[in-house]
Design a protein around this ligand. Structure first.
Ligand code: FAD
Length: 571
């Protein structure tokens, strides 16, 4: 008989997902170890400490729902929580729930291997750690594997180089410095105004012009906060049954149902309110109809023309390469206004590409830009990157990279055939990154914990997704995306920012409410699509029922067309 594993479960990561997963499994009586590469908890908010880093989800929604006492005590001061506030929140959660002692910090997992004989996993972090566990849960973050583009000569640069995704904890002095900023996605949009305030000059190297939405950051009115807190649990309950994890009314009318004047008035009002109200507040068909999309895109371009005083700069900032909303829409504070400062200049890399990084700066086709500091805001190998970097080997030594060579293959975004007892939180096929992510994380954690409890109750130790169920889910994820304009963009949702990454739509955009319903049905039905086998090897495999199978092929859209599938929301 094989020796019992060291732990029932190893959870990798100590962000929102890892903290809740460890807590929940411990509550359920499992022996759990958390392993985290950073020296503390916080995940995204531990690493992304760049000036201006903050969340685009509003403060009231960006927290756990299962801590009613903490939610009453926690101060809600600004419309959007900043990085230090969220980090403090997660540190407080970890301390309150006494979770720190269940984690090993400063340990980056470098391999995760399934032992077919023993029926358990070995998780290694270099020479630092080697532990065995029946279950492994990746809580490694959909946006945590930083992408460093390889520019020729990067090693030659004699100044300082920073990534927004691993910004130093101690303050970086930029006074009197000539800063180059590469990247204008969400992080680049947040960091630029702060760099411009601090540095002597900032040169922005832009590959893709973005449709930036104004955040309209502001202090929260204490009377509003009091009212909110009086109703917090009811709001949380409703939040769980929304498509994007934020309970704001979805637009009910398509652009075609409105006059030109009504459309403009709607866009103006949504722009005035900012943030999610513009992302999710114009037309019901904004990301499913090219005509509707063109109206929103034209509206934002006109705003850029109004805000940016230099016409040539304004033209470079206007996005034409993708439909509005099909790349993650950055939410900015004074982003376009910052280009009116005399110390900020813009290089359009589509006209004037980077040739090399030199000892003294960045050389583009038009010449050298002398710099003291380069800031990379170049995004992430999203959804799959942090999971594949774990170097996972499943049954018979099969490598996850090989299993996913032509794109990720999952059941519900949570499980992978031939990788038994492995669960992924907010991985590919999950709605996570197109929602207010903590709400999706809570759903995933609870579903996984319930499944582990179910297996234990039924004397089963091995839990594995069935290939047919995973094939159906994977096809369904693509089918839903194909009802929208999302697949038309070269976005990280499509893996397009990483050379060689298969071009498939990675998250599930059918809505968190629809997804939750589906997961609940599967749990209630005794987990069809999941094979459960016992210690004696007895297999309990329940085939997916007809109404769960083949939904994508049948063109069933869960009512998505009526509900504005895949509206862009924070994530
Ligand atoms: C700049 C930025 C802004 C964002 N804004 C929003 C927003 O407005 N709204 C929203 O809902 N979401 C937003 N997100 C997404 C955000 O990532 C999630 O909201 C949430 O924090 C994810 O939590 P997580 O626990 O799943 O992952 P993370 O917070 O990413 O934590 C994953 C952890 O796993 C660890 N890890 C990874 N690989 C290994 C390894 N091999 N070994 C050990 N540890 C490992 C990492 O160190 C990290 O600490 C934003 C993300 C970024 C980067």
């Amino acid at each position: 008989m094989s020796p019992a594993p060291d732990h029932d479960a190893v959870v990798i990561g100590a962000g929102f997902a890892g903290l809740y997963m460890v807590y929940r499994l411990r509550q359920d009586g499992f022996r759990v170890l958390g392993v985290e590469a950073g020296d503390g908890v916080g995940g995204t908010w531990y690493w992304n400490r760049y000036p201006g880093a903050r969340c685009d989800s509003e403060s009231m929604y960006y927290s756990f729902s299962f801590l009613p006492d903490l939610e009453q005590e926690w101060p809600l001061e600004e419309r959007y929580p900043t990085q230090p506030v969220i980090l403090r929140y997660l540190q407080t959660v970890a301390e309150r729930l006494d979770l720190l002692k269940h984690f090993v910090f400063g340990a980056r997992v470098t391999s995760v291997r399934f032992d077919d004989q023993a029926g358990h996993w070995t998780v290694r972090a270099g020479d630092q750690l080697a532990v065995t566990a029946r279950y492994v849960i990746t809580a490694t973050g959909a946006l945590s594997a930083a992408n460093w583009p390889r520019f020729p000569g990067a090693g030659l640069f004699e100044g300082e180089q920073y990534s927004t995704a691993s910004w130093p904890a101690e303050p970086v002095s930029l006074a009197g410095q000539r800063v180059g900023l590469i990247g204008t996605g969400s992080s680049g949009v947040q960091v630029l105004p702060e760099l411009a305030r601090q540095a002597q000059s900032v040169t922005v190297f832009q590959r893709t012009a973005q449709f930036v939405t104004p955040a309209r950051q502001e202090p929260l009115d204490p009377r509003f906060v009091a009212l909110w807190k009086a109703n917090y649990q009811e709001i949380r309950r409703r939040t769980k049954f929304t498509p994007g994890g934020i309970p704001i009314p979805s637009p009910v009318r398509s652009s075609g149902e409105l006059s030109a004047a009504e459309r403009t008035a709607l866009c103006e009002e949504a722009w005035r309110r900012g943030g999610i109200w513009f992302l999710d507040g114009t037309f019901s068909d904004a990301v499913t109809s090219q005509e509707a999309n063109a109206i929103v895109a034209g509206f934002v371009r006109a705003k850029i023309g109004e805000i940016v005083t230099d016409p040539a700069t304004a033209e470079k900032l206007k996005p034409w390469t993708h439909a509005w909303g099909t790349k993650r829409v950055p939410v900015g504070s004074d982003y376009y206004e910052t280009y009116n400062r005399p110390n900020v200049s813009l290089v359009d890399l589509r006209q004037d590409p980077v040739e090399e990084i030199t000892a003294r700066g960045i050389r583009t086709r038009s010449g050298e830009h002398p710099l003291d500091v380069i800031v990379y805001a170049t995004g992430f190998d999203a959804l799959t990157g942090s999971i594949e970097r774990l170097r996972i080997e499943g049954r018979n030594g099969e490598r996850l990279e090989d299993a996913w060579a032509s794109g990720p293959f999952t059941y519900l975004g949570l499980m992978i055939p031939r990788f038994p007892n492995l669960f992924t939180i907010t991985g590919p096929g999950s709605p996570g990154v197109v929602t207010n992510v903590p709400v999706a994380i809570e759903q995933h954690v609870e579903w996984i914990a319930d499944l582990l409890g179910y297996a234990r109750e039924h004397g089963r130790e091995t839990i594995e997704a069935e290939p047919g169920a995973a094939a159906e889910w994977t096809a369904h994820v693509q089918a839903v995306a194909n009802m929208t304009l999302f697949p038309t963009a070269d976005s990280w949702y499509m893996g397009a920012n990483i050379p060689g990454k298969p071009r498939v739509f990675l998250p599930y955009i059918g809505g968190l409410d629809v997804y939750r319903h589906r997961c609940d049905e599967i749990a209630a039905g005794g987990y069809p699509g999941v094979a459960l086998s016992g210690p004696a090897g007895g297999l309990v495999a329940v085939a997916a029922p007809a109404e769960v199978q083949g939904t994508a092929e049948a063109g069933h859209d869960f009512g998505l067309r009526d509900r504005g599938a895949g509206r862009p929301v924070p994530g």
